[in-house]
Design a protein around this ligand. Sequence first.
Ligand SMILES: [Zn+2]
Length: 95
Amino acid sequence: MADRARWLHALAELTDRLSAAAEKGSASCPHCGENRLEYRYVVDPESRIGYVLLWCGACLHGISVSRVKAPEGVPVRSMYAPYPTQGVPPFTRPD
Ligand SMILES: [Zn+2]
């Protein structure tokens, strides 16, 4: 659980900065410390509600969070698109 909380904190940091300053990749990975976090919001385009995948491109650890709303200004994929998670690598979730 502590691991998951750290990931959620990193996600908030990442998306807050993104919507504020359009700056990307400024939160560090809770697992390995690299600044290689990536995310993918898969949402309903109208409500911007769906789920998000957050992972580290360096160590391939991450989390998925359901029932989230994508912050304004953050890029999203439609959940109705054919392959909304295309390009997301397989990653390890914390227990
Ligand atoms: Zn990492």
